[in-house]
Design a protein around this ligand. Structure first.
Ligand code: C2E
Ligand code: MG
Ligand code: MG
Length: 603
């Protein structure tokens, strides 16, 4: 059996999301349950009160007066209930209330004991038609305006003692007021609608956010917000023109709108930015939905998600989602990042036990010398989680990146690696080893980055000239002047920069020439593709590396054939399971002291 509070939460969530969906489907900006119940309830109360009053003064003693009293009094109390508790209704339920009001007026008109009373009661049709016109999407609004017009004309025409045209004037007025109300309400809310996609625009979303925050504060529910940014949208605009850009945005809006299907409200938040507001939704659900949307889109995008905590303002929520989006873009795009107000358990575990992490080292060997002596080592994190023991290092990095822990992680690994490398060099007698350490793009962008690297080098005594920091291509993608400036500064201090997993990103050849880098680490997919695709690409990249005077390291060498082939193509350096797997420092020390290796730098 389901727990009652779970039922209640599910119920609340369904109501909230249906309401949001209605607002996003062309209803006017004020089509919120609270406003609708106040206005519809107010009209019901007004209609009921006037109905009772008119009936009291109405001449004639026909037997139908009690019926009109009953209708008017019931309408009044329905109105009171709507004002007090109507916000629990779905916006779409108001159509039944408006339909019912129209029918009740028709019954009262037909039952009125005399013509003056009938005409007086008929003047109330305008309440129903303007209520519908004000809130409902255009088509539905026009249906109700027409419905009350037909009712008014027929109800009066069917009375024996009135000519058929007697209801025309009142019906015409109700229609006129309805149409004008509909147009004005739409013009007013168009300021909140994006003309291209028909979604709410930033202003509309900001307003809705305030309403939803007020509601969530009252009901104690959660809200989640996801901001999306289309990756490389500028390229579409530049290369295919603005029409193509617009078409992409419209398609994204259509595809996403269908998937969301009432679960939240999608808005166009800026040029190529979309926002998704989810009522009563957890961060996990928001991320799952964001990932589903990203996968379904016709173009790649990045997303940043966050959730609202009691007491927070709308702008704080937006800025936190923005931070998450910024991190998603910075760490390579085409992904969803979370900026949680509450750290997930796994992130807490990582934060608390990071200082105890292990680091393994994989040798990078020379291919251009017999017996492949070790040229350098790459430090690779080996953090073990108690909560999720199966996480691989890549997943650990992703958790760290998603939770603003990767700077600490990278600096911790750097510290351990420099200390280990000093010990290794001292004890093995191997001089001139290079130490490769991976750095996330997010780490590079932290203002403290350079200071921390200098501090670690100073504290451990590892020479800057023997340190190589590995960054991925995406860090240098596009206009990342800040990251580039950092790399330049590092190089001025003697630290070298390698592009890791080269070939998996989008570096154009012309850009490669101007990047502040010293080495290329060719992604292992190139090496593993030798058997199926031959060596043409490997040859071309080797030539490129030589032309640009970059040291080339082939990653993922798994057998002797690959090693021999890479050597024959002129690759000076390689790394892979064939030579050695990542290992603890003690094991590496043993290996270094037992082999009679030569250490010399390539550059
Ligand atoms: P990476 O920097 O490209 O490191 C090489 C990865 O390839 C390592 O995986 C290594 O174990 C694996 N590898 C090496 N030789 C072979 C081979 O012959 N065949 C195959 N199939 N794989 C091979 P690992 O240790 O799981 O690390 C994965 C990635 O996690 C690294 O890729 C790096 O991007 C990231 N990473 C690891 N440690 C750190 C760190 O301290 N900081 C940051 N920011 N990233 C890290
Ligand atoms: Mg690496
Ligand atoms: Mg790599």
């Amino acid at each position: 059996m389901t727990e009652p509070h779970v039922e209640a939460a599910r119920d609340r969530s369904e109501r909230a999301s249906r309401h949001l969906a209605f607002a996003a489907r062309g209803a006017t900006a004020l089509a919120q349950s609270n406003w609708m119940s106040i206005v519809t309830g107010g009209f019901y109360m007004l209609g009921g009160l006037l109905g009772d009053l008119v009936t009291y003064f109405m001449p004639g003693e026909s037997g139908s007066k009690p019926l009109i009293y009953a209708i008017a009094t019931t309408a009044f109390f329905v109105g009171v209930w709507l004002v007090v508790a109507g916000r629990r209704l779905r916006p779409v339920d108001h159509q039944y209330l408006i339909g019912a009001a129209t029918v009740l007026v028709t019954i009262a008109v037909t039952a009125a004991p005399n013509n003056i009373g009938a005409m007086a009661i008929a003047s109330m049709y305008v309440l129903a038609s303007s209520d519908a016109a004000f809130f409902f999407p255009a088509r539905r609004a026009m249906f109700f305006v027409a419905f009350s017009m037909v009712n008014e004309v027929l109800a009066l025409a069917l009375r024996d003692d009135l000519p058929w045209w007697s209801g025309l004037l009142g019906a015409g007025m109700a229609t006129g007021v309805g149409i004008v109300t509909a147009v004005l309400a739409r013009l007013a809310s168009n300021a909140d609608i994006d003309a291209l996609t028909g979604l709410l625009n930033r202003r509309g979303l900001d307003q809705l956010l305030e309403v939803e925050i007020a509601k969530a504060s009252r009901s104690g529910t959660r809200l989640a917000l996801v901001l999306f940014d289309i990756d490389d949208f500028k390229h579409v605009n530049d290369e295919q023109g603005h029409r193509a850009g617009d078409a992409v945005l419209v398609e994204v809006a259509d595809v996403w709108g269908k998937i969301i299907a009432g679960e939240g409200v999608l808005a166009r938040y800026g040029g190529d930015e979309f926002a998704l507001l989810l009522a009563d939704t957890t961060e996990d659900r928001a991320i799952t939905l964001a990932e589903t949307l990203r996968r379904a889109a016709p173009i790649r995008s990045s997303a940043g998600a966050t959730s609202w905590q009691a007491g927070e303002s709308g702008s704080l929520l937006v800025s936190r989602a923005d931070v998450a989006l910024y991190r998603a873009k910075l760490s390579g795009r085409n992904r969803t990042m979370l900026e949680s107000s509450d750290l997930p358990a796994i992130a807490k575990e990582l934060r608390d036990t990071l200082a105890m992490t292990k680091v393994h080292y994989q040798p990078i060997v020379r291919l251009d010398q017999p017996d492949n002596p070790i040229f350098g080592i790459e430090a690779l994190i080996r953090w073990r989680s108690k909560l999720k023991p199966d996480l691989n290092p890549q997943q650990v990095i992703e958790i760290a990146e998603a939770n603003d822990l990767v700077f600490d992680l990278d600096i911790t690994v750097l510290g351990i690696a420099c200390r280990d490398a000093v010990m290794l060099q001292d004890r093995s007698g191997a001089q001139g080893l290079t130490l490769h350490v991976n750095m996330s793009g997010l780490t590079l962008n932290k203002p403290m980055f350079l200071m921390e690297v200098r501090r670690v080098l100073a504290e451990t005594g590892w020479p800057a000239q023997q340190l190589v920091l590995e960054v991925t291509e995406t860090v240098l993608d596009g206009d990342k002047r800040y990251a580039m400036a950092k790399l330049e500064q590092m190089r001025e201090e003697g630290i070298r920069v390698a592009i890791d997993d080269f070939g998996t990103g989008y570096s154009s050849l012309s850009r490669l020439q101007s990047l502040p880098v010293d080495e290329l680490k060719l992604d292992r997919t190139f090496v593993s593709a030798i058997s199926s695709h031959g060596t043409a690409l490997l040859e071309a990249v080797a030539t490129l590396g030589r032309a640009l005077n970059l040291a080339m390291i082939a990653e993922g060498v798994e057998d002797a054939e690959q090693a021999a082939l890479l050597a024959s193509l002129g690759y000076p350096l390689a790394q892979g399971y064939y030579f050695a797997r990542p290992m603890p420092i003690e094991q590496l020390l043993e290996r270094l002291t037992t082999t009679n290796a030569q250490y010399r730098r390539v550059l």
